[in-house]
Each structure stands twice: as structure tokens, then as C-alpha cells.
Design a protein. Structure first.
Ligand SMILES: C[S@@+](CC[C@H](N)C(=O)[O-])C[C@H]1O[C@@H](n2cnc3c(N)ncnc32)[C@H](O)[C@@H]1O
Length: 196
């Protein structure tokens, strides 16, 4: 299982938005969902995706997507799904808004604390090359939005064991990095399977 955590400082934390760009670049979050799960004619079953939204009016929100054969993700309406998840939020509870789609109030730091026994990586151009790094078995990758992860948020996770991983010298869209990581892990798995 590979997991992605997408952090957005300004993504809206209620479902009452129409303009995706004005809702703290919700368009980027939608592209990340598509990049994480969609293959041609199928969905990836080996991915878990976490979106942390820190924008107004009720930050933070944690939206979690886990493969489920009934998961109602359609490439045409990811924003509709996110909106409906945000509308279904209930204070003090983790809600399964739809099969495989959960929502709760949880901060970036609180989420990372749950991955204590896992190898956590932050995608960063200045990190170690993903092709030479020895990634753990069930890696967790943190991706920033168009503004990256803000300094004050990085301060909240200071002291945690998180390694920087690079995908090369170019700056990619957040969703593109998810595609690249998925591809690199697919290749590594395929090469290892062929060695058996
Ligand atoms: C559009 S970029 C953000 C650009 C922002 N100005 C910054 O400097 O972080 C979105 C996210 O993709 C990831 N990213 C982009 N290019 C990358 C690369 N070459 N290697 C690793 N991560 C990358 C980072 O996590 C970044 O926060």
C-alpha cells in the first residue's frame, strides 16, 4: 500500500463553493485525486489518499479515500464528491460519507503522528533521488499544493522522521508528482517481480 498526503493551506473546509480556483485551488485537489487513483479503465487498489485542507471556514479537515469497489469516484465530478464529503462532516466524528470516502477534523501533524511506524517522505526537489533512495515497504508521500507546504506547518512536524525525496530538477504540478511516484513504484514492483 502506498499513501499520499496532499496538504493545502487555503483549500475550503466547507462544501459551499462553485469556483474551484477561488475555493483555495480545489482544482488542484481534484487533479490529485484523479492522479492517485485512476488508471485506464480501472482504479488503483493499492493507494490511500489523504487531503488536508486548512482553509476557511472550519480548518483543518482530513478527507481520506481508500479503494472500495463501491467508491463513487468519477473523473467528471471529483469536485462534486469533495463538496458532498465536506457537507457530510459531523463535529467530533470520523464519517464514512460514501464507500471508501471519510471525513473528519484532523490536522497535518495529527495525521502524521498516526504514521509513526511507517516510512514518511516529503516530495521536495532538493531531496534524494527517488530512483536511488531505498523506500520502505508501505511508503507515505507528502505533497504540497501550488504554494508548497508553508513554513509554519513544517514547524508543527519538526522532529518527526521525514525524508526529502526528489523527482528531479524540474518543478512539477502536485498531481504530476503523484503520477510520477505511482509510476516509479509500479516500475520498481514490476522489476522486482521479474527478478523472482
Ligand atoms: C507546484 S509544486 C509547489 C511549488 C512551490 N513553489 C514550492 O516551491 O514548493 C507542488 C508540490 O509538488 C512537489 N514537487 C514538485 N516538483 C517536485 C520535484 N521535482 N521533486 C519532488 N517534489 C516535487 C512538492 O511537494 C511541491 O510542494
Amino acid at each position: 500500500m502506498r499513501e499520499f498526503i496532499y496538504f493545502s493551506q487555503n483549500a475550503r473546509t466547507s462544501g459551499n463553493f462553485n469556483d474551484l480556483m477561488a475555493a483555495g485551488r480545489m482544482d488542484i485537489a481534484c487533479h490529485v485525486v484523479i492522479a492517485a487513483f485512476f488508471l485506464s479503465h480501472s482504479l488503483r487498489e493499492d493507494v490511500k489518499l489523504h487531503l488536508i485542507f486548512n482553509g476557511p471556514p472550519d480548518a483543518p479537515k482530513h478527507l481520506e479515500f481508500v479503494y472500495n469497489p463501491e467508491i463513487p469516484i468519477s473523473k467528471k465530478d471529483v469536485s462534486g464528491l469533495i463538496k458532498r464529503m465536506l457537507f457530510k462532516y459531523k463535529k467530533g466524528r470520523k464519517i464514512e460519507a460514501f464507500p471508501g470516502c471519510f471525513i473528519e477534523k484532523k490536522s497535518f501533524r495529527q495525521l502524521l503522528e498516526e504514521f509513526e511506524d511507517r516510512d514518511i517522505y516529503i516530495l521536495d526537489k532538493k531531496g534524494e533521488d527517488i530512483r536511488t533512495a531505498e523506500l520502505g515497504e508501505n511508503p507515505v508521500f507528502i505533497v504540497g499544493d501550488h504554494e508548497g507546504i508553508p513554513k509554519q506547518e513544517m514547524k508543527t512536524i519538526r522532529g518527526m522522521e521525514i525524508k526529502k525525496i526528489s523527482l528531479g530538477p524540474l518543478t512539477y504540478f502536485a498531481s504530476q508528482t503523484v503520477v510520477i511516484v505511482n509510476h516509479e513504484l509500479d516500475r520498481a514492483l514490476h522489476i522486482n517481480m521479474n527478478k523472482l
